[in-house]
Design a protein around this ligand. Structure first.
Ligand SMILES: Nc1ncnc2c1ncn2[C@@H]1O[C@H](COP(=O)(O)OP(=O)(O)OP(=O)(O)O)[C@@H](O)[C@H]1O
Ligand SMILES: [Mg+2]
Length: 373
């Protein structure tokens, strides 16, 4: 039997906690022709929710679904490349009749699709070959428009487009979205202010063109029930206060809850009971495991950034970070140097910022910093 607290992404409904309302809302909106922006802070469960939704029978059997994760893309060509690859991978298992329809649309690509001995295609497009990404994108949308089923296109980590050198990318995608009658779109992302600015400023292309869904935390009681039932299935017992304390400690952020529950489950033998005193050692166990990586991370930071990161880890939730008093309290050189260090730390995703509150993004890293310094 596998550990029921899965930490590597969606594996199926039996290991997926709650999200009943969100799943129902999302499936209804999508199957009724709406486009959605799914927004939450990091690691709350957007990607898993999307995977869960597309497994629902109303979607799975009736739509082609393409999940395009653009986290590591840097330009429009990159985007188009990732998009094309996802579509081919999704269509490939459905047989030649299906995938060839897509491949035949891609007349701007001459050599990028290669075939093995059995005639199965692979996407081997190089970025060099995508020298007219707009043309290829048009062909991709041409396919979607004419596909033999309705399509759902999910673009995960959508805020990444703001980092592309092309500055009209929102307008381009918005235009395709508007004219493509055979697909609905989900734009999922986590940097609240960035995603918010894309979808809620009147001056920008996406304004009022999608339904914005804020993904809340998993309810504490629901998560407790989920944990209890999995322990029970494994013939293990669990004190409720373990989960309650864990939930409060990590403010209900799913990723951390799952990571720690996985360890607690592993460390509790069948027939035994998991007690509150096991919680802290379990968290330390995870933090110690990653210690080497954290050392490296810190070592690679410029000194100013390192000092600001440490200050913010001490503050926990830091506000007014560019004030003289913050600099003074934590022995930092000057507010202006704090400000530039923060910019660097945000770019590296080591900090998060929400309504002027700064925190260390990785809560395990934060623990390690506090423990060590
Ligand atoms: N409903 C759930 N039940 C159980 N585990 C979940 C649930 N939702 C998310 N998880 C787990 O929590 C972790 C974070 O979820 P996920 O990656 O979906 O979050 P995210 O919001 O997409 O994060 P990011 O902002 O980093 O993209 C994953 O390990 C995932 O498997
Ligand atoms: Mg995600």
């Amino acid at each position: 039997m596998i550990n029921p607290f899965v930490t590597t992404g969606y594996v199926g409904p039996e290991y997926f906690c709650d999200r009943e309302k969100e799943t129902c809302d999302m499936v209804s909106l999508l199957t009724n022709g709406n486009n959605i922006a799914l927004i939450s802070s990091r690691r709350v469960g957007k990607t898993d929710l999307l995977r869960h939704c597309i497994e629902q029978p109303e979607i799975k059997d009736k739509y082609y679904t393409f999940i395009v994760d653009i986290y590591s893309t840097r330009s429009l060509s990159d985007f188009v490349n990732t998009f094309g690859k996802v579509i081919l991978e999704e269509l490939k298992p459905r047989g030649k009749r299906v995938w060839s329809k897509f491949v035949n649309m891609l007349s701007s690509l001459k050599t990028g699709i290669s075939y093995d001995n059995s005639g199965t295609p692979s996407w081997m497009v190089s970025l060099g070959e995508l020298n007219t990404p707009q043309t290829t994108l048009e062909e991709i949308f041409g396919y979607i428009q004419n596909a033999d089923k309705r399509c759902i296109v999910i673009i995960d980590e959508f805020q990444q487009v703001l980092k592309y050198p092309e500055n009209n990318i929102e307008a381009i995608i918005r235009t395709y979205m508007q004219y493509c009658r055979n697909a609905n779109f989900v734009f999922s992302g986590s940097h609240r202010h960035l995603m918010g600015s894309i979808f809620t400023s009147p001056a920008r292309p996406f304004y009022q063109s999608v339904t914005i869904m804020d993904l809340p935390l998993i309810d504490k009681q629901r998560y407790l029930d989920f944990c209890m039932s999995h322990f029970k299935n494994g013939r293990k017992a669990l004190d409720a206060d373990v989960v309650e304390n864990l939930y409060d400690e990590f403010e209900g952020v799913t990723f951390y809850l799952q990571k720690v529950m996985n360890i607690l489950y592993m460390q509790t033998k069948p027939g035994a009971k998991c007690k509150l005193r096991q919680l802290k050692p379990a968290i330390d166990y995870i933090v110690d495991f990653t210690s080497g990586t954290y050392e490296d991370l810190l070592y690679q930071l410029p000194d100013k950034q390192k000092r600001v990161l440490l200050a913010i880890s001490k503050a926990g939730k830091a506000i007014n970070v560019t004030s003289g008093s913050f600099a003074k309290k934590y022995g930092l050189i000057s507010p202006s140097s704090v400000s530039s260090a923060i910019k660097g730390l945000l770019e590296k995703d080591l900090l998060t910022q929400n309504k002027g509150v700064y925190q260390v993004y990785d809560k395990f890293f934060e623990r390690w910093l506090i423990k060590k310094f």
